[in-house]
Design a protein around this ligand. Sequence first.
Ligand code: MFK
Length: 579
Amino acid sequence: MSQFFQQGPQLYNQFDDDALLQSYLRRILPSPIYSSILPDLKRLGQRVITDILTMAHDAETQPPELIQYDPWGKRIDTIRVAGGWKQLDQVSAEEGLVALGYERPYDEFSRVYQFAKLYLFTPSSAIYTCPLAMTDGAARLIEVHGSPALQDRAYCHLTSRNPSSFWTSGQWMTERTGGSDVGRSQTIARWQNEYFCLYGDKWFTSATTAQMAMTLARIETIPTIPETQTGFEKEGERAAMALEHPGLSLFYLETRLQDGSLNHIRINRLKEKFGTRALPTAELTLNGTIAQAIGKPGEGVKIMSTLFNITRIYNACSAVSLMRRGIALAKDYAQRRMAFGKKLSEQPLHIETLARLEVEWTGCFLMTFYVVELLGKKECNQATPEESAILRLLTPLLKLYTAKQAVKVNSEILESFGGAGYIEDTGLPKLLRDAQVLAIWEGTTNVLSLDALRAIQKEQALFPLLQDISQRLSRIHYDTLSPCIDKAEQALQALQGYAIHAESEGLDYLQAGARDLAYSLSRTVIAALLLEHAQWSAKEENDTRYALIVRRWCDQGLVKLQNPRDSHREETRHILFGS
Ligand code: MFK
């Protein structure tokens, strides 16, 4: 009988083990801030491989369960979650994972600190980051658009560090009519007995155990509504409600009434999902759910964008953190596993493959945290108009690019473990399953490519971004990097050329090319960010690793744009559907 048993991969303190995170924070943060947050990050880096990981394991192994009836046949629609899931909620509050973004202890750098913590937490959290993302987005939405009363009621719960008063929020946008085309939603809001009551079905509601939710509905009938009961505070706005509103309006609701019963909500079913299995995701019917309007009627999607532009950044942070976890495991395993007489870490092709993943993750990491920096600046009123435009454009680009790469990277990670990567209790398949949703929820790759187009057309955001890249490149003087600068400058020219000629093309042309444009922009932004980090690290840390990484990044090619004119699009149809 064989006495050979393969040793599995080990995790170490996730902060100490992450040279990129440390190097990036040293570069970006004023040193007193870095010194001040260092002990907390080190501590969390250890926690996420010990007690937090145990909580996540408990949550993953006991997925949520829907109990629809009590023993006497009364409908109760209760979702039972594991003890570990509840503990993750408490930990999230205590660690200030949402609160930090609003306490703003380090002004514009507070978001960087908060996202560094989220980045450490996510891969050990059974994706508790999902409720946190929606909670953070809701807090920001209320901060920007909420009435003083709503701020008093909900904001303090969402940003609390006290587990007993901390609330999470849902973001109920999807109906059976469409997850992308939200405008087709059919839920209606009826003014009844002094309140708006919502009627309709919500088809995907993540983290349904949250205490509150933001949702969309179309206002149906308009009687005279007391000013105090609406978010529409100006006379003109209230008068506008008297018209039939074709657009969706935004509503705040609490999931339970004062007596603890559900707020006229039926939980029809929990989704059986490919991944994120600890996360309760439900199909709901709203049957008179009491809700409060926020903002102008008919502008629900637009106001909701304050929320989903935050959750999209969380999505990216989750993507890079899952990539990093997979790579950390694979690198450790490569030092333990023998094949063909050598460790995997000594096999040229194996490490060539892992190095490609490291390069991809490094690029995605820097893009993510650049957007986090911009978010922090914007929220502290430190961003220039150009930086605000860049944030608007980079948010969909970041979300779509990092999500796609997280799937690719983690697919390769599983393969790097051979058969073990396909076996559930190694914990590896979960990495790929959880990564896959990142490309779907919060806007698919194509929807976000079109959103980037929207930002370019509506907010004129392309020029400031190209200008920003150009300025970054002009600050690189490290000789070794000059071939990369040449490539990035060529990419920039190609993008400028495309932008100029695309202006005269029709909508179909722009839409057909939107994904290629999104990828090309993302890869070029990342090239500039990598160059910047490489120069700094070579000079300040005497480390040439990032110079090597940016060389490989640029060698892979930055821009790939097509000309999807009429004939091209005709051919596309032919390829798919025949003549
Ligand atoms: C672990 C990570 C955690 C992640 C959390 C996961 C939780 C999962 C929960 C969910 O998945 S919830 C569902 C998420 N669903 C989506 O993200 C919807 C995807 N679809 C889109 O994003 C569509 O583009 C959109 C719904 C916005 C299209 O709606 P419309 O109404 O057809 O769009 P329209 O008319 O272009 O936009 C309405 C207004 O909003 C416009 O402003 P104006 O009225 O002034 O013209 C737009 O400019 C504005 N807008 C749209 N997207 C925007 C935006 N403004 C700023 N930023 C944006 N991204």
